[in-house]
Design a protein around this ligand. Structure first.
Ligand code: CP
Length: 333
């Protein structure tokens, strides 16, 4: 296939083939990242603006690092110190960034649909880094990449997503990617946060933890999204933890090789205790590492980069070595 999309806005609209192409490209970038010389000049001369209007640690830093590894210039926009605070609209802000030659706008916003809106008004590539409770496509991709790396398949994999599904953009992006690639998805949590309407997408819904995890290959834990809940959705955090929190004792109900995932940030002692979050079944930090390769793949593909096989055969080794030795020479000088 040829990559034709200017933007990455969601996973709902991507085909299984497109998702697989991103995962294959990320695999190449992960291999390049394991070399001593890690930079390739695919985005040299381009500018990536991280337009984060909501807080972030992992996504913003890994987009920044991904852009730097592709030799782009990077600008981190600070919403609190910007003219958004003086009433400037998102559209005006973004068009001003484009007037300063931004080639990529990576946007995180509390409003669902903000990236889609910008993609209609900008020529720049727009990448969704999380929009309200709608989608977080790069998180969904890095989660699936990690499952594939650890379990060697997605088709037929039994994935349980546990927690606040209703308000979770991570859950929605995981659901779209996993179902398109043939996984079985179970959703579990309090009935107010896991409505049966998700069954219409093809997921299994249960409000019983043991049923949800007893045959799971993967448990993806989600934090309670207090910032997006408009009313109290359950009696209290203590009750949530006693019914749905994952600890060592409760994990005995799951298969011994179950993979523990979490997109972060973790609320330790609420959805998961430290023994499990830091235990041998946890791949939480591997997810973060894989986010870099996935975000490099996205920036590279939307910029019109070659598809994985061609990338391996032509660019990857030669140009990354060339640019790294150029940089080493420049540093030495
Ligand atoms: N998983 C995730 O989106 O983390 P950040 O909010 O820190 O980017």
């Amino acid at each position: 296939m040829t990559w034709t999309r200017k933007d990455l806005l969601d996973l709902q609209s991507l085909s299984a083939e497109e998702i697989s192409t991103i995962l294959d490209t990320a695999r190449v970038f992960k291999d390049i990242g394991a070399r001593p010389r890690k930079v390739m000049p695919a985005l040299r001369g381009k500018t990536v603006v991280n337009l984060f209007v909501e807080p972030s640690t992992r996504t913003r830093i890994s987009f920044e690092l991904a852009a730097l590894r592709l030799a782009a210039d990077v600008i981190n926009f600070t919403a609190e110190a910007s003219s958004l605070r003086k009433g400037e609209t998102l559209k005006d802000t973004a068009r001003n960034l484009e007037a300063l030659n931004a080639d990529f706008i990576v946007i995180r916003h509390s409003a669902a649909g903000a990236p889609h809106f910008l993609s209609r008004v900008l020529k720049a590539h727009v990448i969704n880094a999380g929009d309200g409770a709608h989608e977080h496509p790069t998180q969904g991709l890095l989660d699936v990449f990690t499952m594939l790396e650890e379990k060697k398949r997605i088709a037929g994999l039994r994935v349980t997503i546990l927690g606040d599904i209703l308000y979770s953009r991570v859950a929605r992006s995981n659901i779209w990617a996993l179902l398109k690639l043939g996984a079985h998805v179970t959703l579990c949590g309090p009935p107010t946060l896991v409505p049966h309407t998700f069954e219409d997408l093809g997921c299994r819904v249960t409000h019983d933890l043991e049923t949800a995890i007893k045959d799971a290959d993967v448990i993806n834990l989600l934090r309670i999204q207090h910032e997006r809940q408009r009313k109290t959705m359950f009696p209290g955090l203590g009750e949530y933890t006693s019914l749905f929190g994952i600890n060592r004792a409760r994990l005995k109900a799951a298969p011994p090789d179950v993979l523990i995932m979490h997109p972060g940030p973790i609320n330790r002692g609420v959805e998961v205790d430290s023994e499990v979050a830091d235990g041998s079944q946890s791949v939480i930090l591997k997810q973060v590492t894989n986010g870099l390769a996935v975000r490099m793949a996205i920036l590279y593909l939307v910029n019109g980069g070659k598809l994985p096989q061609e990338l391996i055969e032509t660019d990857a080794g030669r140009t990354s070595d060339a640019v790294n030795s150029q940089q080493a020479t420049a540093t030495a000088e």
